[in-house]
Design a protein around this ligand. Structure first.
Ligand SMILES: Nc1nc2c(c(=O)[nH]1)N[C@H]1C(S)=C(S)[C@@H](COP(=O)(O)O)O[C@H]1N2
Ligand SMILES: [Mo]
Length: 206
């Protein structure tokens, strides 16, 4: 993924800042898209989230439903990844994402036998779903940092799913709920004709 794009120059000092935080602009030898140059997209603007009242629920086909605060979620061991976001409309950007593996949350909750699908619900009424196997096998993360900056409000603060190799409409922002199920599910865009598999390079529509 990181090969052949940019020659690595560890001395070029390309770090900037975003909202007063230091922004990383090169990672694994690849130049990142500065947040100020990243497009963002949403069905109805940025919802107001008060982090003091925020809870993430993990429920459905689990043994121990979870209600987790921002503090609890960000205390788990995290993972960083270089990933490209590809919107189905034809724009993309590459960034460094840091967050908690979805698997960590699912393991805490204890997924029941027969579960196949995980639904993500967002504060703006958006939803999308992905296969349980995809999330686990690819160690998909729920990100809270973008280029080492606290995930900005318009990019999904407090959490955005980094659904690598899937079109942007699988990258749920402002995630407030995770539900485990054994039935297929069509989210906001999927129920409006977008392909439910959403593999980058694959069909955009059904
Ligand atoms: N909650 C929510 N998540 C969402 C969306 C949305 O409208 N609401 N739009 C999706 C689409 S179509 C894209 S391309 C990405 C864009 O992510 P970004 O705004 O962080 O660049 O968010 C996805 N996640
Ligand atoms: Mo998109």
């Amino acid at each position: 993924m990181a090969s052949g794009c940019v020659s690595s120059d560890t001395n070029n000092g390309s770090d900037g800042t975003y909202d007063g935080e230091a922004e990383t602009l090169e990672y694994q030898g690849v130049k990142l898209t500065p947040i100020s140059e990243q497009r963002d997209n949403s069905i109805k603007g940025t919802p107001q989230i008060n982090i003091n009242n925020y809870f993430l629920t993990v429920d459905g086909m689990v043994d121990d439903p979870q209600f987790l605060t921002y503090e609890q979620i960000t205390s788990y061991p995290n993972v960083s990844k270089l990933v490209m976001l590809d919107c189905v409309e034809g724009w993309s950007y590459v960034a460094k994402w840091t967050g908690i593996p979805v698997k960590t949350l699912l393991d805490e909750a204890g997924v029941q036998d027969g579960a196949t699908t995980v639904i993500f619900y967002s504060a703006d009424g958006y939803s999308t779903a992905l296969e349980l196997d995809y999330l686990v096998e690819n160690n998909i993360i729920l990100a809270y940092e973008l280029n080492d900056v606290t995930l900005p409000r318009d990019h999904g603060y407090p959490f955005q799913l980094v659904a690598e190799d899937k079109y942007g409409y699988k990258w749920a922002k402002w995630v407030t709920g995770i539900e485990v199920t054994d039935e297929p599910y069509e989210g906001y865009w999927e129920s409006r004709g977008y392909n439910n598999n959403a593999d980058v390079g694959g069909p955009r529509f059904d």
